[in-house]
Design a protein around this ligand. Structure first.
Ligand code: ZN
Length: 159
């Protein structure tokens, strides 16, 4: 059963409100994560609690339980001089920066002569997420996995 510190393997498809497919697990390997460790969005994690292998579920996740509301204030122009001089900047490039004590991933959305447009919203911020999930595996985490806080082996990290 899916519970805290279980290693859960999923097949999933993620769609937006328009029914457009945004993401899915790879066909040859399910996605594996450590349940109860904030590795997936809270709305999905909560909905999976208590499920068993073979269970399928449609889960709708609001932005606040997903990738957050879209915050216009996180879209800004910063001086090119804030970036290392030898760094070749490109649209779509991501970097992390601290904002109000939290580490946040920013994406470069535009380049001008001496300004860089960046967006600290997650690409899926503000979107209602529609997941179709199937639980294909549940096992206890190993001690090492619990210490690292992530899954090793198939579908997980290799370290
Ligand atoms: Zn590890």
């Amino acid at each position: 059963m899916v519970k805290k510190d279980a290693v859960v393997s999923l097949n999933y498809v993620l769609k937006n409100d328009d029914g457009q497919e945004l993401d899915k697990s790879s066909a040859d390997q399910p996605f594996a994560y450590l349940h109860g460790n904030n590795q997936i969005v809270p709305g999905l994690e909560n909905a999976l609690e208590g499920l068993a292998v073979g269970d399928q579920k449609e889960v709708t996740v609001s932005p606040s339980e997903g990738y957050g509301e879209h915050v216009p204030g996180l879209q800004m122009a910063v001086d090119r001089s804030n970036f290392p001089e030898d760094m070749e900047l490109q649209e779509g490039m991501q970097f992390s920066a601290e904002v109000g004590g939290n580490n946040r991933v920013f994406t470069i959305t535009g380049l001008e002569a001496d300004k860089v447009q960046v967006d600290g919203n997650h690409p899926l911020a503000g979107q209602t997420l529609h997941f179709a999930v199937e639980v294909v595996g549940v096992r206890d985490a190993t001690q090492e996995e619990l210490e690292h806080g992530h899954v090793h082996g198939e579908g997980g990290h290799q370290h």
